[in-house]
Design a protein around this ligand. Structure first.
Ligand SMILES: O=C(CO)[C@H](O)[C@H](O)COP(=O)(O)O
Ligand SMILES: [Fe+2]
Length: 220
């Protein structure tokens, strides 16, 4: 479990327990100052940078896209970029995001609900991401049952269980999503499980206790 201590996120997990990684969501920062904001959260101990890409179609909001990610990469050449792709037809952006994040570690997390009939099937999207050298995450919205992941969990590196409706920062953590985390963790002891939305000092314990080990920290 990680807690803020003297301006740093300090892990409090006993040695035998799974340690949480903290991934600040850059959606919460001054996007006109993205590079220096990214450097300061990394200096404060952030494990990865969570980049919320929104297309205004899969979610009713827009944020930034791969050109911004490419510019940011020049300033943080060694950072791990965790791209949360809230976009329809996620296969269409894989090549662009791979080109924008190259040089150090990156993850492309697509929403299971966004894969459309006439594009690749889910396994095809996973393969496309991997073929482009990125780790693979798959996300589900609060309203999607965890059983919807059963055919894909074994193929991916990480599962993101959204704890808010995707599209906006600053929303309230939804504790009723924790049983999904618990179910995933009991079935998959070594899987990376991420939670995203309304995480902060008052909600991180519930998420870690349920079995999440990747914590997106945004506005709270
Ligand atoms: O995916 C997201 C919104 O769709 C953001 O990553 C998430 O909301 C983080 O921000 P906050 O902690 O403020 O909720
Ligand atoms: Fe996110």
């Amino acid at each position: 479990m990680a807690v803020p201590l003297n301006g740093q996120w300090q892990c409090q997990c006993p040695p035998h327990k799974r340690c949480c990684k903290i991934q600040p969501s850059m959606l919460a920062c001054d996007l006109a100052d993205l590079a220096s904001e990214a450097k300061s959260v990394l200096a404060a101990g952030a494990d990865e940078l969570h980049l919320d890409v929104m297309d205004g179609h899969f979610v009713p909001n827009m944020s930034f896209a791969h050109p911004v990610v490419a510019s940011l990469r020049k300033h943080v050449p060694d950072a791990y970029l965790d791209c949360h792709m809230m976009v329809s037809r996620p296969s269409q952006w894989v090549e662009a995001v791979a080109g924008s994040t190259k040089g150090a570690g990156a993850r492309y997390t697509f929403h299971l609900e966004a894969v459309e009939e006439d594009e690749l099937d889910v396994a095809g999207v996973v393969k496309l991401i991997r073929d482009h050298g990125m780790q693979v995450g798959v996300a589900i919205k609060p309203g999607t049952a965890v059983e919807a992941l059963s055919a894909v969990v074994a193929l991916v590196d990480m599962v993101l269980v959204m704890t808010v409706e995707p599209g906006f920062g600053g929303q309230k953590f939804m504790p009723n999503c924790m049983p999904k985390v618990l179910a995933l963790r009991s079935e998959h002891p070594d899987l990376d499980i991420q939670v995203d939305g309304g995480l902060g000092p008052s909600t991180i314990d519930a998420a870690a206790a349920a079995g999440a080990n990747l914590i997106v920290a945004g506005s709270t």
